[in-house]
Design a protein around this ligand. Structure first.
Ligand code: AHM
Ligand code: MG
Length: 336
Protein backbone atom coordinates (compact mmCIF):
# COMPACT_ATOMS: atom_id res chain seq x y z
CA UNK A 1 0.00 0.00 0.00
CA UNK A 2 1.27 3.47 -0.87
CA UNK A 3 2.36 5.73 1.99
CA UNK A 4 -0.29 8.30 2.91
CA UNK A 5 0.54 11.74 1.51
CA UNK A 6 2.56 13.78 4.03
CA UNK A 7 0.48 16.53 5.65
CA UNK A 8 3.28 19.06 5.19
CA UNK A 9 6.05 19.32 2.66
CA UNK A 10 9.38 18.22 4.14
CA UNK A 11 11.60 20.99 5.44
CA UNK A 12 13.52 22.76 2.72
CA UNK A 13 11.04 21.93 -0.04
CA UNK A 14 9.73 25.08 -1.71
CA UNK A 15 5.94 24.98 -1.83
CA UNK A 16 5.13 28.57 -2.66
CA UNK A 17 6.95 31.51 -4.12
CA UNK A 18 8.19 34.22 -1.80
CA UNK A 19 5.83 37.17 -2.17
CA UNK A 20 6.27 40.57 -0.57
CA UNK A 21 3.32 42.80 0.39
CA UNK A 22 4.39 45.19 -2.36
CA UNK A 23 4.27 42.60 -5.12
CA UNK A 24 1.08 41.07 -3.72
CA UNK A 25 -0.74 44.41 -3.93
CA UNK A 26 0.56 45.04 -7.45
CA UNK A 27 -0.81 41.62 -8.44
CA UNK A 28 -4.16 42.45 -6.83
CA UNK A 29 -4.30 45.75 -8.67
CA UNK A 30 -3.61 44.02 -11.97
CA UNK A 31 -7.11 42.49 -11.67
CA UNK A 32 -8.41 45.91 -12.61
CA UNK A 33 -7.31 46.90 -16.11
CA UNK A 34 -7.96 50.59 -15.46
CA UNK A 35 -6.03 50.71 -12.16
CA UNK A 36 -3.47 53.50 -12.01
CA UNK A 37 -1.17 52.13 -9.31
CA UNK A 38 -2.19 54.88 -6.88
CA UNK A 39 -3.80 52.41 -4.51
CA UNK A 40 -0.64 50.30 -4.21
CA UNK A 41 1.30 53.48 -3.41
CA UNK A 42 -1.00 54.05 -0.44
CA UNK A 43 -0.55 50.50 0.87
CA UNK A 44 3.19 50.81 0.44
CA UNK A 45 3.10 54.03 2.50
CA UNK A 46 1.17 52.29 5.27
CA UNK A 47 3.70 49.47 5.28
CA UNK A 48 6.57 51.97 5.50
CA UNK A 49 4.89 53.76 8.41
CA UNK A 50 4.33 50.37 10.08
CA UNK A 51 8.03 49.51 9.83
CA UNK A 52 8.99 52.83 11.42
CA UNK A 53 6.43 52.39 14.22
CA UNK A 54 7.46 48.75 14.74
CA UNK A 55 11.04 49.88 15.27
CA UNK A 56 9.97 52.45 17.87
CA UNK A 57 7.62 50.03 19.65
CA UNK A 58 10.42 47.45 19.92
CA UNK A 59 12.65 49.94 21.79
CA UNK A 60 10.22 52.04 23.83
CA UNK A 61 12.34 52.12 26.94
CA UNK A 62 15.71 52.44 25.20
CA UNK A 63 14.34 55.32 23.11
CA UNK A 64 12.58 56.81 26.14
CA UNK A 65 9.24 57.20 24.39
CA UNK A 66 7.00 55.79 27.12
CA UNK A 67 4.74 58.06 29.17
CA UNK A 68 2.36 60.82 28.29
CA UNK A 69 2.70 64.30 26.89
CA UNK A 70 0.23 65.78 29.36
CA UNK A 71 -2.21 66.11 26.43
CA UNK A 72 -5.78 64.81 26.33
CA UNK A 73 -6.99 63.73 22.91
CA UNK A 74 -10.42 64.29 21.40
CA UNK A 75 -11.69 61.10 23.06
CA UNK A 76 -10.96 62.65 26.45
CA UNK A 77 -8.16 60.10 26.88
CA UNK A 78 -4.61 60.81 27.89
CA UNK A 79 -2.42 60.93 24.80
CA UNK A 80 0.73 58.89 25.26
CA UNK A 81 4.00 60.00 23.72
CA UNK A 82 3.98 56.94 21.43
CA UNK A 83 0.42 57.76 20.26
CA UNK A 84 1.66 61.16 19.08
CA UNK A 85 4.79 59.66 17.45
CA UNK A 86 2.82 56.96 15.60
CA UNK A 87 0.28 59.55 14.46
CA UNK A 88 2.99 61.85 13.15
CA UNK A 89 4.79 59.03 11.34
CA UNK A 90 1.60 58.01 9.51
CA UNK A 91 0.64 61.60 8.68
CA UNK A 92 4.10 62.32 7.30
CA UNK A 93 4.41 59.13 5.27
CA UNK A 94 0.87 59.24 3.86
CA UNK A 95 1.05 63.00 3.38
CA UNK A 96 3.43 62.41 0.46
CA UNK A 97 1.03 60.20 -1.51
CA UNK A 98 -0.57 62.29 -4.22
CA UNK A 99 -3.86 60.40 -4.49
CA UNK A 100 -4.91 60.91 -0.87
CA UNK A 101 -7.64 63.49 -0.36
CA UNK A 102 -8.33 63.17 3.38
CA UNK A 103 -6.59 61.63 6.39
CA UNK A 104 -8.50 60.96 9.61
CA UNK A 105 -6.92 59.78 12.84
CA UNK A 106 -8.13 58.72 16.26
CA UNK A 107 -5.70 61.27 17.65
CA UNK A 108 -6.99 64.28 15.70
CA UNK A 109 -10.26 66.04 16.30
CA UNK A 110 -10.96 66.77 12.63
CA UNK A 111 -9.95 65.00 9.43
CA UNK A 112 -7.13 66.66 7.50
CA UNK A 113 -7.80 67.64 3.91
CA UNK A 114 -4.67 67.11 1.80
CA UNK A 115 -6.16 67.83 -1.61
CA UNK A 116 -9.52 68.07 -3.31
CA UNK A 117 -10.96 65.64 -5.85
CA UNK A 118 -10.08 67.93 -8.78
CA UNK A 119 -6.48 68.02 -7.51
CA UNK A 120 -6.20 64.23 -7.75
CA UNK A 121 -7.52 63.27 -4.29
CA UNK A 122 -9.12 59.88 -4.95
CA UNK A 123 -8.90 58.17 -1.55
CA UNK A 124 -9.43 58.85 2.14
CA UNK A 125 -7.43 56.96 4.77
CA UNK A 126 -8.67 56.65 8.35
CA UNK A 127 -6.57 55.09 11.06
CA UNK A 128 -5.95 54.41 14.71
CA UNK A 129 -2.20 54.94 14.83
CA UNK A 130 -1.46 52.89 17.96
CA UNK A 131 -4.39 51.01 19.36
CA UNK A 132 -3.95 49.59 22.85
CA UNK A 133 -1.03 51.92 23.57
CA UNK A 134 -1.69 51.86 27.31
CA UNK A 135 -0.22 48.33 27.18
CA UNK A 136 3.14 49.52 25.87
CA UNK A 137 4.90 49.77 29.20
CA UNK A 138 4.24 46.06 29.82
CA UNK A 139 5.41 44.98 26.36
CA UNK A 140 1.99 43.66 25.35
CA UNK A 141 1.07 43.59 21.63
CA UNK A 142 -0.32 46.83 20.21
CA UNK A 143 -1.40 47.72 16.69
CA UNK A 144 -2.20 50.14 13.91
CA UNK A 145 -5.65 49.88 12.28
CA UNK A 146 -6.45 51.43 8.89
CA UNK A 147 -9.20 51.71 6.32
CA UNK A 148 -9.13 53.11 2.79
CA UNK A 149 -12.25 54.75 1.37
CA UNK A 150 -13.04 56.38 -1.96
CA UNK A 151 -13.16 60.16 -1.95
CA UNK A 152 -16.39 61.45 -3.44
CA UNK A 153 -15.39 64.71 -5.17
CA UNK A 154 -19.00 65.93 -5.02
CA UNK A 155 -19.06 66.00 -1.21
CA UNK A 156 -17.32 69.19 -0.04
CA UNK A 157 -16.89 68.53 3.72
CA UNK A 158 -14.16 66.19 4.95
CA UNK A 159 -16.31 64.72 7.73
CA UNK A 160 -19.20 64.03 5.35
CA UNK A 161 -16.76 62.44 2.88
CA UNK A 162 -15.37 59.96 5.40
CA UNK A 163 -18.72 59.12 7.01
CA UNK A 164 -19.29 56.14 4.73
CA UNK A 165 -20.83 52.82 5.80
CA UNK A 166 -18.27 50.05 6.19
CA UNK A 167 -19.48 48.08 3.20
CA UNK A 168 -18.02 50.82 0.99
CA UNK A 169 -14.46 50.28 2.24
CA UNK A 170 -11.92 49.73 -0.56
CA UNK A 171 -9.42 48.04 1.72
CA UNK A 172 -8.80 47.63 5.43
CA UNK A 173 -6.28 46.03 7.71
CA UNK A 174 -4.11 46.19 10.75
CA UNK A 175 -0.53 45.80 11.82
CA UNK A 176 0.09 43.89 15.03
CA UNK A 177 3.33 44.72 16.83
CA UNK A 178 3.43 41.50 18.80
CA UNK A 179 6.04 38.80 19.26
CA UNK A 180 6.24 39.11 15.48
CA UNK A 181 5.08 42.08 13.40
CA UNK A 182 2.11 41.02 11.32
CA UNK A 183 0.32 42.91 8.53
CA UNK A 184 -3.20 41.70 7.74
CA UNK A 185 -5.16 43.19 4.84
CA UNK A 186 -8.26 42.73 2.73
CA UNK A 187 -9.22 44.46 -0.48
CA UNK A 188 -12.49 42.53 -0.61
CA UNK A 189 -10.90 39.37 -2.06
CA UNK A 190 -10.06 37.41 1.07
CA UNK A 191 -7.78 38.16 4.01
CA UNK A 192 -4.03 37.90 3.62
CA UNK A 193 -1.34 37.86 6.26
CA UNK A 194 2.27 39.07 6.02
CA UNK A 195 5.10 38.91 8.51
CA UNK A 196 7.83 41.51 8.77
CA UNK A 197 11.29 40.21 8.00
CA UNK A 198 13.14 43.07 9.66
CA UNK A 199 16.52 42.07 8.21
CA UNK A 200 15.15 42.20 4.67
CA UNK A 201 12.87 45.17 5.45
CA UNK A 202 9.79 43.62 3.82
CA UNK A 203 6.46 42.22 4.90
CA UNK A 204 6.37 38.71 3.37
CA UNK A 205 3.22 36.72 2.60
CA UNK A 206 2.73 33.96 5.19
CA UNK A 207 -0.97 33.16 4.76
CA UNK A 208 -3.12 33.65 1.69
CA UNK A 209 -6.90 33.70 2.04
CA UNK A 210 -7.16 33.23 5.79
CA UNK A 211 -10.49 31.70 6.83
CA UNK A 212 -11.54 31.67 10.48
CA UNK A 213 -13.14 28.62 12.12
CA UNK A 214 -16.96 28.79 12.20
CA UNK A 215 -16.99 27.95 15.90
CA UNK A 216 -14.61 27.90 18.85
CA UNK A 217 -15.48 28.02 22.54
CA UNK A 218 -13.59 31.22 23.33
CA UNK A 219 -15.03 34.58 24.31
CA UNK A 220 -13.02 37.77 24.59
CA UNK A 221 -14.53 40.57 26.66
CA UNK A 222 -13.68 42.78 29.61
CA UNK A 223 -15.77 40.74 32.02
CA UNK A 224 -15.18 43.19 34.87
CA UNK A 225 -17.76 45.41 33.14
CA UNK A 226 -20.41 42.65 33.12
CA UNK A 227 -22.64 44.24 35.79
CA UNK A 228 -23.17 47.16 33.42
CA UNK A 229 -23.85 45.02 30.31
CA UNK A 230 -27.39 44.76 28.91
CA UNK A 231 -29.18 41.66 30.17
CA UNK A 232 -28.59 39.73 26.93
CA UNK A 233 -24.79 39.81 27.37
CA UNK A 234 -25.02 38.73 31.00
CA UNK A 235 -27.22 35.80 29.91
CA UNK A 236 -24.68 34.90 27.23
CA UNK A 237 -21.81 34.84 29.72
CA UNK A 238 -23.79 32.60 32.07
CA UNK A 239 -24.57 30.26 29.17
CA UNK A 240 -20.92 30.26 28.00
CA UNK A 241 -19.71 29.40 31.52
CA UNK A 242 -22.12 26.46 31.65
CA UNK A 243 -20.99 25.31 28.19
CA UNK A 244 -17.33 25.22 29.22
CA UNK A 245 -16.06 28.21 27.24
CA UNK A 246 -12.59 29.66 27.76
CA UNK A 247 -11.97 33.37 28.26
CA UNK A 248 -9.10 35.22 26.53
CA UNK A 249 -8.78 38.99 26.84
CA UNK A 250 -5.63 40.98 26.23
CA UNK A 251 -7.25 44.43 26.32
CA UNK A 252 -5.54 45.39 23.09
CA UNK A 253 -8.06 45.14 20.27
CA UNK A 254 -5.64 44.31 17.47
CA UNK A 255 -4.12 41.46 19.47
CA UNK A 256 -7.56 40.16 20.56
CA UNK A 257 -8.97 40.30 17.02
CA UNK A 258 -5.85 38.73 15.53
CA UNK A 259 -6.21 35.77 17.88
CA UNK A 260 -9.92 35.57 17.06
CA UNK A 261 -9.21 35.58 13.32
CA UNK A 262 -6.56 32.89 13.58
CA UNK A 263 -8.05 30.62 16.27
CA UNK A 264 -11.75 31.51 16.16
CA UNK A 265 -14.07 32.64 18.96
CA UNK A 266 -15.96 35.84 19.61
CA UNK A 267 -14.82 39.33 20.63
CA UNK A 268 -17.28 41.65 22.36
CA UNK A 269 -17.32 45.24 23.55
CA UNK A 270 -20.95 45.73 24.64
CA UNK A 271 -22.43 48.90 26.10
CA UNK A 272 -21.15 49.49 29.65
CA UNK A 273 -21.98 51.97 32.42
CA UNK A 274 -18.93 54.03 31.48
CA UNK A 275 -19.44 53.63 27.70
CA UNK A 276 -23.19 53.30 27.03
CA UNK A 277 -22.53 53.43 23.25
CA UNK A 278 -19.64 50.97 23.46
CA UNK A 279 -16.01 52.03 23.59
CA UNK A 280 -14.72 51.19 20.13
CA UNK A 281 -14.85 53.64 17.26
CA UNK A 282 -16.98 52.76 14.24
CA UNK A 283 -15.01 54.28 11.40
CA UNK A 284 -11.42 53.32 12.12
CA UNK A 285 -11.71 50.41 14.56
CA UNK A 286 -15.02 48.53 14.13
CA UNK A 287 -15.44 48.86 10.36
CA UNK A 288 -11.96 47.76 9.29
CA UNK A 289 -12.06 44.81 11.72
CA UNK A 290 -15.57 43.90 10.52
CA UNK A 291 -14.43 43.94 6.87
CA UNK A 292 -11.57 41.56 7.72
CA UNK A 293 -13.75 39.27 9.84
CA UNK A 294 -16.46 39.03 7.17
CA UNK A 295 -13.87 38.36 4.47
CA UNK A 296 -12.49 35.56 6.66
CA UNK A 297 -15.96 33.96 6.88
CA UNK A 298 -17.01 35.50 10.22
CA UNK A 299 -19.73 37.93 11.28
CA UNK A 300 -19.81 41.39 12.85
CA UNK A 301 -22.89 42.96 14.40
CA UNK A 302 -23.77 45.72 16.82
CA UNK A 303 -25.37 45.05 20.22
CA UNK A 304 -28.84 45.21 18.63
CA UNK A 305 -27.96 42.70 15.92
CA UNK A 306 -27.52 45.01 12.91
CA UNK A 307 -24.63 44.33 10.54
CA UNK A 308 -21.86 46.68 11.66
CA UNK A 309 -20.84 47.56 8.11
CA UNK A 310 -24.37 48.75 7.25
CA UNK A 311 -24.40 51.53 9.86
CA UNK A 312 -24.39 55.08 8.51
CA UNK A 313 -21.78 56.95 10.57
CA UNK A 314 -22.64 60.46 11.69
CA UNK A 315 -19.24 61.63 12.91
CA UNK A 316 -15.55 60.74 12.72
CA UNK A 317 -15.17 59.50 16.28
CA UNK A 318 -18.54 57.75 16.65
CA UNK A 319 -18.54 54.71 18.95
CA UNK A 320 -20.39 51.44 18.51
CA UNK A 321 -21.07 48.41 20.71
CA UNK A 322 -19.56 45.46 18.90
CA UNK A 323 -19.84 41.67 18.64
CA UNK A 324 -17.62 40.03 16.06
CA UNK A 325 -15.91 36.75 15.31
CA UNK A 326 -16.71 33.20 14.27
CA UNK A 327 -20.15 32.89 12.65
CA UNK A 328 -21.68 30.41 15.12
CA UNK A 329 -20.20 32.16 18.14
CA UNK A 330 -21.67 35.54 17.16
CA UNK A 331 -25.01 33.76 16.62
CA UNK A 332 -24.77 32.28 20.13
CA UNK A 333 -24.32 35.78 21.62
CA UNK A 334 -27.26 37.16 19.67
CA UNK A 335 -29.50 34.19 20.60
CA UNK A 336 -28.83 34.53 24.34
P1 AHM B 1 -7.46 53.00 22.59
O1 AHM B 1 -7.84 53.20 21.14
O2 AHM B 1 -7.59 54.26 23.38
O3 AHM B 1 -6.15 52.31 22.75
O4 AHM B 1 -8.62 52.08 23.25
C1 AHM B 1 -9.05 50.95 22.59
C2 AHM B 1 -8.67 49.74 23.39
C3 AHM B 1 -8.77 48.50 22.55
O5 AHM B 1 -7.53 48.14 22.07
C4 AHM B 1 -9.27 47.48 23.52
O6 AHM B 1 -10.06 46.50 22.90
C5 AHM B 1 -10.06 48.28 24.49
O7 AHM B 1 -9.60 49.60 24.43
C6 AHM B 1 -9.91 47.78 25.88
O8 AHM B 1 -10.76 48.51 26.70
P2 AHM B 1 -10.96 48.12 28.23
O9 AHM B 1 -9.68 48.41 28.92
O10 AHM B 1 -12.10 48.97 28.68
O11 AHM B 1 -11.30 46.64 28.29
MG1 MG C 1 -7.96 52.53 19.47
Amino acid sequence: MADPAPKQAPRGVVTDNLVSLQSFILEEEARYPRATGEFSWIVSAISLAAKIIAHKVRHVRLQNVLGDDGVTNVQGEEQLHMDAIANEVIMRVLGGRSSIAVLGSEEDEEPTILRRGHEGGRYCVLFDPLDGSSNLDTAVGVGTIFTILRNDPHIPGAVETVCQPGHQQVAAGYVLYGSSTVFVITTGHGVHMFELDAAVGSFMLVKRDLQMPARKKIYSVNEANADGFPEQFRRYLKWAHAEGYTSRYIGSMVADIHRTLVNGGVFLYPPTKKHPDGKLRLLYEANPMSFLVEQAGGTSVTADGRRTMDLQPGKLHERVPLVLGSRDEVDAVMRA
